[in-house]
Write a protein that binds this ligand. Structure first.
Ligand code: URA
Length: 299
């Protein structure tokens, strides 16, 4: 179903609610549009075309209070018992939904309120119509500058891994569990890992990306992503070597590409490669003998 002005506006209001906004005053024009929708909904019909023709959400005013006679549109309120961060995805295409999540992430109050993350939001890259989703921990300096995940040195390493699998960045979907670069005092190009609070604050966004993409397989790149997604404590070495289950989607945990930048012995490379071979097998991807033998010790 495609998004209508009505549903877009509803989801715009939902996003305000999800960001903690409890009051919004409306212009006269917006109020009239809402009133028409409300009356039409009460009558079980669709709003008249002229009333729903507004292409953009009506602008919000912060000053004038809402008039007493304007009834609260009933469907706009969150259901009782829903967590404060619950996200209602709009109807529409996968791209519409991701666009909505991207916008939501930019102003995501649970993350912003921590005051420990930088301002630039780095969302995701690649092909949402993919079987394979890769999830890292958080953007670093280069990712923040280019507003794209995995474009620094760890990104180059990830590209090499994908190439060895016969894939490219535009064949998979690449995202991070935390959408903002963790801040440090006097920060230049140095980065830090996100804290458990930062991960928890951003978790609803990545979980909804997964819900939208519905990949056949997730690769958790490094311990931060693995622990955050799976909610289990453990090191990469204790979590790799098998498939985990995230709402029915197999998750393979492997070392973060930056680990291979630090320790790129054939033995460590082979460990990551064995994880990738397991993923390829599970996805029924072709695997050549040459690929099977990568990074094995020479006789
Ligand atoms: N490391 C990550 O985990 N994500 C990035 O986007 C870059 C480096």
């Amino acid at each position: 179903m495609s998004a209508t002005p009505n549903s877009l506006f509803r989801h715009y209001l939902d996003s305000l609610i999800q960001q903690g906004t409890t009051r919004a005053s409306l212009t006269d024009e917006a109020r009239n549009v809402l009133r028409t929708w409300y009356v039409a909904a009460r009558q079980g019909g669709r709003p008249a075309a002229s009333a729903s023709a507004s292409p953009k959400p009506p602008p919000l005013q912060t000053s004038a209070p809402a008039p007493a006679e304007m009834p609260e549109p009933p469907e706009l309120l969150p259901q009782s018992g829903e967590p404060a961060f619950s996200i209602t995805l709009p109807e529409g295409t996968m791209e519409d939904k991701l666009q909505y999540l991207r916008h939501l992430a930019q102003n995501w109050k649970p993350a912003r309120e921590l005051n420990s993350l930088r301002d630039t939001m780095v969302f995701a890259t690649g092909n949402p119509h993919t079987k394979l989703m890769l999830i890292g921990e958080a953007p670093g300096y280069y990712e923040e500058v280019q507003q794209e995940p995995f474009v620094g040195r760890a990104g180059e390493k990830l590209n090499q891994i994908l190439r060895a699998m016969g894939l490219s960045r535009d064949m998979v979907y690449i995202s991070n569990i935390v959408k903002f670069r963790p801040a440090l005092p006097n920060q230049r190009t140095n980065n830090r890992a996100p804290t458990p609070e930062e991960i928890e604050a951003c978790l609803p966004i990545i979980m909804h990306e997964i819900r939208v993409i519905q990949p056949k397989m997730i690769i958790a790149l490094g311990g931060t992503a693995a622990v955050g997604l799976l909610g289990e404590q453990g090191s990469v070495s204790s979590m790799r070597g098998r498939f985990h289950n995230l709402n029915g989607i197999p998750v393979r945990v492997t070392y973060h590409p930056s680990y291979l930048l630090r320790s790129d012995s054939p033995r460590e490379k082979r460990k990551v490669w064995e994880d990738m071979l397991a993923v390829m097998e599970r996805l029924d991807m072709p695997i050549s003998e040459k690929q099977r033998g990568y990074f094995l010790p020479r006789e």
